[in-house]
Design a protein. Structure first.
Lengths: 147, 147
DNA sequence: TCCTTATTGATAATAATTATCATTATCAGT
DNA sequence: ACTGATAATGATAATTATTATCAATAAGGA
């Protein structure tokens, strides 16, 4: 049976932990499982709440420690959302743009290969800034919530 | 003498408070003054710290209350920043994009009249989402920090 | 299986935000 | 300008979120 996208991510994350000398512990696995299973960006507290549904769950401190580690490894990032603050979301290759449903929070990642270099050049000329990165997020309603 | 941009903003903010039945008090004036004078997006705590430099300063609770009011009136918004969370920034007419210096935090507002509607249409077709808003922020180095 | 030590859980400490309530000050109506 | 109704404040308690501490535990190489 083909490994699912989620399984491939989880497996690559475990490899990354090993490569960097981090142990793959039960609490860490639980946090990674929750993050990669979610269709919405979750806050640390939301991740903790979800973990409570399991038989054995991590302490809140381990949630924060795991998130800190995953972020340092570049495996997750904070996505900023309207009317609140950031939720955790996996990092993918290349530059990405994000699409968020206002109703259900469902997130979609879009490969950010759209050409806005012309726009960036004009901004640099106008302002004297040197631009090296950008965030582009779209908000709207997903097909499920449109019904 | 011509009123400065800042004075015009402050005056329109005071009008807005009056129109909505809010009183223009000293603590509120101090908070509005600090926000409109800043070249960087400030957190509530940073605004409080700046207010402490004045002879008479607001209690921390009034800072939060004022920010809540200004946000409800649509006069300010939260700008999300890399490696931290949001800072407060005035809202301007129309759709805007933001340019933030990583070094000094200096912000520039760009009229977001650049045409990305084609991009949005393609995203809607690909994903089935209906997109009604977007955030676009650029990060880089301002001309002062480039020297 | 054993041993080293990274990691955990429990909890204390810190920081940020919100709620409470008696006192103060804005401003509409004289 | 004065006055009164009450919105707003300041002080602080309560709540919530995050970080630090440290003895006990468990991952994973030998």
């Amino acid at each position: 049976m083909e490994p699912s996208t989620k399984d491939r991510i989880l497996s690559s994350w475990q490899d990354s932990l090993h490569r960097h000398g981090f142990r793959v512990t039960r609490p860490r696995q639980q946090v990674m499982e929750i993050i990669t299973s979610s269709t919405t960006a979750l806050t640390p507290q939301e991740i903790y709440q979800k973990s409570l549904e399991e038989e054995k769950f991590p302490g809140i401190a381990s949630i924060y420690r795991t998130l800190e580690m995953l972020e340092k490894l570049g495996l997750i990032q904070q996505i900023h959302q309207p009317g609140g603050c950031h939720g955790i979301w996996p990092t993918f290759e290349g530059h990405n743009h994000y699409l968020i449903c206002r109703d259900c929070g469902q997130m979609k990642v879009i490969e950010g290969n759209e050409d806005i270099t012309g726009y960036i050049s004009r901004i640099e000329d106008q302002t004297g800034y040197r631009v090296d990165d950008h965030w582009l997020q779209f908000f709207g309603t997903c097909s499920d919530c449109l019904d």
